[in-house]
Design a protein around this ligand. Structure first.
Ligand SMILES: Cc1cc2nc3c(=O)[nH]c(=O)nc-3n(C[C@H](O)[C@H](O)[C@H](O)COP(=O)(O)OP(=O)(O)OC[C@H]3O[C@@H](n4cnc5c(N)ncnc54)[C@H](O)[C@@H]3O)c2cc1C
Length: 430
C-alpha cells in the first residue's frame, strides 16, 4: 500500500551490507533505535560467501539462506518494498509499490544484479551441459555436480573484466576443484584453464605474487585479458575475445579480423602496438587497417605507427569543423570517412555514424560480418560516445582544455547523437 515513511537513516537493500550497516549504527547510537529503515522486497537473505563452499561440495546450499525477518537488527524497521526512484534533492525516495520514504541520511546497498544474457548462449545453458556458476543460489549446486562428475578434459574457470560479487570467487572454486580432481584421480588428464578479463591474477601485487606461485604449483594454465563472449552448450564450446585494455589510461582498443581473408583492423590503437601485432600473429591475421573513433587527447595514438610497421591504411573522421582535422594526412595512406560512409576489411563491413558530443568529429562504427553471411549488424564501436551504463563527457574540452562554450554545445550534440543511437536495434553489442 502506498504510504509515507520517515527515517533518520534509510538503507536500500538488506543484504550483508545493509544489515551490517544497520546493526553497527544501532549498536553505536541507541538514539537511532526506531529511526533506521531497511528497504528490501526480498523475504530471503542469502549469505553468498558460503556459495564457494557449496560449489566445492563442503556446505549445503540451504545453509546459505535465512528468513529476512530473522536478521533485521533490533531497533531497525523493515519496509518490504523495492526502491524505484531516488529524489536526492528532496531527501526522498519512492518504491515500486508507490510509497515515499523521507530520510536524513541514505545508504544504498542494493548489491549487484547479474545479467546472464550479456554472454551469448549463457542463459540457455547455465546449470546444464557442464556450465555452472557460483554467483547464484539457483545454479551453485550445479557447480558441485559438475566437479563431482568430472571425468577429465578441459575445465575452464572464468572471471569477467566487469565488477563481480566477489573478485576472489573464481579462483577459490578453481583451487577447490583442482583439489577434488586430484583426490578423484582425474587431475592427470585434466587441463585447468583460468581465463580472466583482467590483466593479472589479482589487482594487489603482494597477493598476486603469491597467487602466481600457487597457479604454477598447481599447474594451471592462465589466459589474461580475455572475455567470455559466447557459450555453445551443445558442443561445449566457449568463445573468448581478447581485451586490449590499458587500466592506467582507462583506454580500450579492439582488433577485428576477417577469418576468411585473414585481414584485420585495429580500432582506437594505443601507443604500444606490439600488443596488436603479437595477437594478430597468434590468430593468423595481418593488420591492414586502423581507425579512430575520435582524435584522442588523453593518450598517444598508435595509428601512425601501425601505418609504418604494418603498412596499415587509416580510416579517419572527416566530420567536425576545420579545428578538428587530422594534421598528418599527407604522410599516410588514408581514407576520410563521414556519416554514412562504408568501408570493409576483408569481408567485415563498417558503417560510419557521426556521433559528436564528446568531441565534434567523433564517429562510431557499426559492424556487419558479411563474411559470416550476416546481413544485419552485430555490434557498434562507440569510442568515448557511449559506454555500458554511461555516456561520454561533453564537458572535457571546456574543463580540461579551457575551450570556453564547448560544454553546452557538446551536451546538445551528445543528446542528438543519443537519439540516433536509440534508433539502432537493441541487440547490437556495444
Ligand atoms: C561465490 C561467492 C563467494 C564470495 N566470497 C566472499 C568472501 O569470501 N569474502 C567476502 O568478503 N565476500 C565474499 N563474497 C561477496 C559477498 O558475498 C558480497 O559482497 C555480499 O554478499 C554483498 O552484499 P550486499 O549487501 O552488497 O549485496 P547482496 O547481498 O546482493 O544484497 C543486496 C540486497 O539488495 C536488495 N535489493 C536489490 N534491489 C533493490 C531495490 N531496488 N530496492 C530495495 N532492495 C533491493 C536485494 O533484494 C538484496 O537483498 C562472495 C560472493 C560470492 C557470490
Amino acid at each position: 500500500m502506498a504510504n509515507v515513511y520517515d527515517a533518520k537513516v534509510a538503507i536500500v537493500g538488506a543484504g550483508s551490507a545493509g544489515i551490517s550497516i544497520a546493526a553497527r549504527l544501532l549498536r553505536k547510537n541507541r538514539q537511532l533505535h526506531g529511526q533506521v529503515l531497511l528497504i528490501d522486497p526480498s523475504d530471503k537473505h542469502y549469505y553468498q560467501s558460503l556459495w564457494t563452499l557449496v560449489g566445492g561440495g563442503a556446505a549445503k546450499v540451504e545453509d546459505s539462506v535465512r528468513e529476512q525477518a530473522s536478521l533485521i537488527p533490533e531497533g531497525a524497521k523493515w519496509l518490504k518494498e523495492a526502491v524505484y526512484t531516488f529524489s536526492p534533492e528532496n531527501n526522498t525516495l519512492e518504491t515500486k509499490e508507490g510509497s515515499t520514504v523521507r530520510y536524513d541520511y541514505l545508504v544504498v546497498a542494493a548489491g549487484i544484479e547479474i545479467y546472464w544474457d550479456q554472454i551469448k548462449g549463457l542463459k540457455e545453458t547455465i546449470g546444464k551441459n557442464g556450465v555452472c556458476s557460483n554467483y547464484s543460489y539457483d545454479y551453485v549446486q550445479s557447480t558441485w555436480e559438475n566437479i563431482r562428475n568430472f571425468r577429465g578434459g578441459t575445465a575452464i574457470f572464468t572471471q569477467p573484466s566487469t565488477p563481480v560479487k566477489c573478485g576472489g570467487a573464481p579462483q577459490k572454486i578453481m583451487y577447490l576443484a583442482d583439489d577434488y580432481f586430484r583426490q578423484s584421480g582425474v587431475r592427470e588428464h585434466t587441463n585447468i584453464i583460468f581465463a580472466s578479463g583482467l590483466p593479472n591474477i589479482f589487482a594487489v601485487k603482494r597477493y598476486a605474487d603469491t597467487l602466481e606461485q600457487v597457479i604454477q604449483r598447481k599447474n594451471i594454465e592462465t589466459k589474461y585479458r580475455v572475455e567470455l563472449v559466447e557459450i555453445d552448450g551443445d558442443t561445449k564450446k566457449a568463445t573468448f575475445e581478447h581485451l586490449f585494455f590499458d587500466e592506467q589510461l582507462a583506454h580500450m582498443s579492439y582488433l577485428v579480423g576477417c577469418q576468411r581473408t585473414g585481414e584485420a583492423i585495429v580500432i582506437d590503437p594505443g601507443r604500444n602496438i606490439d600488443w596488436y601485432i603479437d595477437t594478430a600473429k597468434k590468430e593468423g591475421l595481418q593488420i591492414v587497417a586502423a581507425t579512430e573513433t575520435h582524435i584522442h587527447a588523453d593518450f598517444v595514438s598508435g595509428a601512425k605507427e601501425l601505418v609504418k610497421r604494418c603498412g596499415a591504411k587509416l580510416y579517419l573522421s572527416d566530420e567536425g569543423d576545420e579545428n578538428w582535422k587530422y594534421e598528418y594526412l599527407d604522410e599516410v595512406d588514408h581514407e576520410l570517412v563521414k556519416e554514412g560512409s562504408v568501408f570493409t576489411v576483408g569481408n567485415v563491413e563498417f558503417q560510419v555514424l557521426h556521433t559528436p558530443g564528446h568531441t565534434p568529429e567523433h564517429v562510431s562504427f557499426i559492424l556487419t560480418d558479411k563474411g559470416g553471411g550476416a546481413t544485419k549488424p552485430m555490434g557498434i564501436f562507440t569510442g568515448d560516445f557511449v559506454f555500458v551504463g554511461d555516456v561520454g563527457r561533453p564537458d572535457l574540452l571546456e574543463k580540461a582544455a579551457g575551450v570556453s562554450g564547448t560544454a553546452d554545445v557538446g551536451a546538445r550534440q551528445m543528446f542528438e547523437s543519443l537519439k540516433k543511437f536509440k534508433a539502432l536495434p537493441d541487440y547490437l553489442q556495444v
